[in-house]
Design a binder for this molecule. Structure first.
Ligand code: SAM
Length: 342
């Protein structure tokens, strides 16, 4: 048997060269509320054109691309292309704007950065040392409100998942570092009887956190502390800490510092969970973790992508025991966990 040599061609490179077109169509579909209209019964080109107030030709173009991307699926085929469509399962669950699972705000979260990404070459050539806090340096209440409308739309799902994965029965007080909307704390105090929580975040952000706590009816169980988890002392008396979706914002030195401060502040026997966009142990992928590290170039911070092995190292150097990584969301988030010896 002779091995057929793999032919090298340009397919993958061409796809990469035009990858931005997929993002653009996805944003347009969200803007035009395509998935809500399909869900509500506008399932052919005619009805969709009408519902989105666009021409039949443009509705057809949009539907053809969304079918090709797997965002829509054929609902019946008459031999000449699908005459009716339905939403793919994820679009039906997360992109129907009347649903409380609607995550459109998160999907378009980084949209305003699109122009900056296309100036990336210049940013990479910048030889100035980065500012420490990047986009968080000049946070205001208004910006925090817009920012966390997006993180809340995705964070509540992550918070629910955290409570399914991690049994906090018997724990008394959760410290939620950079807790933002409070999504993890809200779910935790609702799930585990007797648990209280403290969200520590930058002072303007905590104003917004309080709005979410009130909206979810947990203001009596969750309080907020305005501060900087790098520069300020951490609250003591907590027996569990979570730090979620902050990892690529900082360099190794600062992540090590926060993990150490958390270890020192936790009660003996307490546990810490670092939920982060983490690279594989060998540093190769996933793309999403690598890209969050790259985004920090645009924000002007010193942050970068960290590997799962580095995360283990931060915990072990701080003194945590039983340190290990658990897949949290495949291809996106890893949870590093460790226990402070009793
Ligand atoms: C991407 S959001 C994640 C929010 C929340 N943990 C979640 O998963 O939904 C990152 C949060 O970390 C906060 N943060 C970043 N650096 C911080 C610092 N040095 N001190 C306090 N909060 C910080 C930001 O203000 C923001 O609310």
């Amino acid at each position: 048997m002779t091995d057929t040599p793999t032919r090298v061609d340009t397919t993958r490179l061409q796809h990469l060269a035009r990858g931005y077109t997929e993002t653009a169509v996805f944003y347009a579909a969200i803007d035009l509320d395509l998935f809500s209209h399909v869900s509500q019964g506008a399932t052919d080109i005619d009805a969709l054109a009408d519902a989105m107030s666009i021409t039949m030709l443009n509705a057809e173009r949009l539907v053809v691309v969304c079918l090709a991307l797997g965002l829509l699926e054929p609902d019946d085929t008459s031999g000449n292309g699908p005459s009716r469509v339905r939403n793919a399962a994820d679009c039906e669950k997360y992109l129907v704007s009347t649903s409380d699972r609607y995550a459109g705000a998160w999907m378009t979260f980084t949209r305003r950065e699109t122009g900056d990404w296309f100036d990336l070459t210049e940013s990479l050539r910048d030889l100035e040392p980065p500012a420490t806090l990047g986009i968080y340096s000049d946070m205001t209440v208004e910006r925090a409100r817009r920012y966390h409308a997006a993180t809340y739309s995705i964070g509540m799902g992550a918070g629910r998942r955290f409570c399914r994965h991690v049994d906090l029965t018997g724990r008394r007080h959760l410290l939620d570092l950079g807790g933002g909307s409070g999504a993890y704390s809200i779910n935790a105090v609702k799930t585990f009887e007797g648990l209280r929580a403290t969200v520590l975040d930058l002072p303007p952000v905590t104003v917004v956190t309080q709005e979410y706590l009130e909206q979810n009816g947990v203001s009596d169980l969750v309080d907020t502390v305005g501060g900087d988890f790098i520069a300020d002392p951490l609250p003591t008396g907590c027996d569990v800490a979570v730090m979620a979706s902050n990892l690529p914002i900082y360099d190794a030195e600062r992540i090590q510092l926060v993990v150490q401060k958390t270890f020192d502040a936790l009660e003996p026997g307490g546990e810490m969970h670092l939920v982060g966009e983490t690279l594989n142990a060998d540093g190769v992928g996933p793309v999403d973790a690598a890209m969050w590290g790259m985004a920090e170039v645009l924000y002007g911070s010193g942050g970068r992508a960290h590997t799962s092995t580095e995360c283990i190292g931060y915990f072990e150097s701080a003194g945590f025991a039983d340190v290990h990584n658990v897949e949290f969301i495949r291809g996106t988030l890893t949870r590093t966990v460790g226990t402070k010896p009793a």
